[in-house]
Design a protein around this ligand. Structure first.
Ligand code: GLC
Length: 552
């Protein structure tokens, strides 16, 4: 067993969606000084790395994922001095700040793009992906952007179309141009020099485009095909990323985690590990159980617990000997895990504790998403106008265009809207859940009086207390850090259970995903945790119960 794990393999990571974490100045948006005021809270959760969503200057069309200047902090979030203070204070408390590097695209307000669109022969003209119109004036091909609508937008100024995987305001950079790649390395080095602990690499499987941007077979009534299916994980992408690693992170005491939707467990060995390009990648097979291929919200499939078990088992197996896995069930683009994996009717406290037991005992580095440690849940707003998320608006339109009724389209929004996970963090039972003294940019979930950090801090049976106990268990137990993974009760449709083993030391996590009591025969030496107040019952798992136990 390899006992040489690095700091980021032994720690617990935590994602902060900056807009919604803590507002220090009353403008309704979370900010850097707000995060500084919560470092102690994070320390008490044993968090050693905090991934911040983008804080660079941005027109905020996609809440910071449209960067206009990579070398400055957006005034909404604070100043460069605030950021430097955050990096230093966090570090002194044993927490490294990890930045989100958004370099598949920039904002259309970025100086590079402003220049690029001016003409076909200026210093930046080849920094983005430009093509002539077809003879009839239409777009170069039938690719649909991820947020809906054509992936091509016409620039009157330049007289050509430019490509955007996401919104119109997010033009894709041309990574085939070595100058672009150098500019990306410069940005990354600038931030590493400030002492950050690494990068989460946004939308990374889309950076390489095929040599020929050919039409695709339509996948919807609009005659278009998702750009995801045409450009994700294109051959040759790893050459670019290897170059990034050599130029930016090689030999440094930091980590990289790529957001790699569409890169599956089979690819993990090429993307991570000794010959890989990143330390970890967020792959999505367990997050996208209801989607086949591209994530189109109105086209979903049924999934079962066995699908979830298979997805988790495959990524554990793929990183067993080489590479490392970031364990996660939530992020700022996905619904809350309670609703996603258990549905809207299950007791959210039991459901949260069950997901947490898995999150903190699988092999890899757990990534907690803000509020997950409180059992925060989805929201349901009546009108599409209540939603801020650009993806929700695009997906709603796509659904209507493909024949769905308003009600059915809204049902998709309720299930999958990214705003579900973006409502303000619930700190206490006071106005706006203690998130802001002003008007929050997105409404607070109406359950905040019951579900908040302050109340849970005082309750030893709360989700937060459960997280703290699990975090301590994980950080203090070699078998949970180093031990191998083996699934138990593989044929069960109700139980997900696995054992972590390191020699004679064995710890089992067993979760009942059903509403019926299940028998679960294990040779238990000591029950470490049970999600029911009062403890476990030998040989049984009650509805939605999670148990962590030392076994023989
Ligand atoms: C990633 C981000 C998402 C963003 C998109 C475009 O998927 O996580 O929030 O909208 O990239 O940058």
């Amino acid at each position: 067993m390899n006992k040489d794990l690095l700091w980021w393999q032994k720690t617990i990571a935590y994602e902060i969606y900056v807009n919604s974490y803590m507002d220090s100045d009353g403008d309704g948006y979370g900010d850097i000084n707000g995060i500084r005021s919560k470092l102690k809270y994070l320390q008490e959760l044993n968090v050693g790395a905090v991934w911040l969503t983008p804080v660079y200057a941005s027109p905020m069309v996609d809440n910071g994922y449209d960067v206009s200047d990579y070398y400055s902090i957006d005034p909404r979030y604070g100043t460069m001095e605030d950021m430097e203070a955050l990096i230093a204070e966090a570090k002194s408390m044993g927490i490294r700040i990890v930045m989100d590097l958004v370099v598949n695209h920039t904002s259309d307000q970025c100086e590079w793009f402003r220049q690029s669109r001016q003409s076909k022969d200026n210093g930046y003209s080849n920094w983005y992906i430009w093509r002539d119109a077809l003879p009839d004036g239409s777009a170069p091909n039938n690719w649909r952007s991820i947020f809906g609508g054509s992936a091509w937008t016409w620039s009157e100024e330049r007289g050509q179309y430019y490509l955007h995987t996401f919104a119109v305001e997010q033009p894709d950079l041309n990574w085939a141009n070595p100058e672009v790649r150098q500019a990306v390395y410069d940005i990354a080095r600038f931030w590493l020099d400030k002492g950050i602990g690494g990068f989460r690499m946004d939308a990374i499987p889309y950076i390489k485009k095929p040599d020929e941007l050919a039409r695709g077979v339509p996948d919807g009534a609009d005659g278009m095909v998702s750009i995801h299916d045409m450009t994700c994980n294109t051959d040759g992408i790893l050459d670019y990323l290897r170059e990034f690693k050599q130029n930016v992170t090689a030999g440094k005491d930091v980590f990289t985690v790529g957001e790699a939707n569409g890169v599956g467990p089979d690819d993990l060995q090429h993307w991570t590990g000794s010959n890989g390009v990143f330390d970890m990648i967020f792959e999505f097979s367990h997050m996208n159980l209801e989607f086949k291929g591209a994530e189109v919200w109105y086209k979903t499939d049924h999934w079962t617990l066995k699908d979830l078990k298979r997805a988790l088992g495959e990524s554990q197996a793929a990183t067993a000997c080489n590479g490392w896995y970031p364990i996660y069930f939530e992020n700022h683009d996905k619904p809350r895990s309670v609703n996603h994996y258990f549905g809207d009717d299950v007791d959210p406290v039991l459901a949260s504790k069950a997901m947490a037991a898995i999150l903190l005992t699988l092999r890899g580095t757990p990534f907690i998403y803000q509020g997950e440690e409180l059992g925060m849940t989805n929201v349901r707003w009546d009108s599409i106008d209540d939603y801020n998320d650009i993806d929700s608006i695009g997906q709603y339109r796509e659904a209507l265009q493909n024949g769905l009724s308003h009600e059915a389209a809204m049902e998709c929004v309720h299930r999958f809207s990214r705003d579900n996970a973006r409502t303000p963090m619930q700190w206490d039972g006071s106005a706006n859940a203690g998130f802001t003294s002003g008007t929050p940019w997105l409404p607070v979930n109406s359950n905040y009086r019951n579900v908040n950090a302050d109340a849970q801090n005082r309750d030893t049976d709360s989700v937060l207390s459960w997280y703290r106990r699990l975090a301590q268990l994980r950080c203090g137990n070699d078998v949970l850090l180093y031990g191998s993974y083996r699934e138990l009760f593989e044929n069960s449709d109700s139980i997900y259970a696995f054992v972590r083993e390191d020699g004679v030391d064995k710890i089992v996590t067993a979760v009942n995903f059903s509403g019926c009591e299940q028998s679960c025969g294990l040779d238990v030496v000591e029950v470490l945790l049970s999600s029911y107040p009062g403890g476990a019952i030998p040989g049984k798992l009650r509805p939605f119960e999670a148990v962590v136990a030392r076994v023989r």
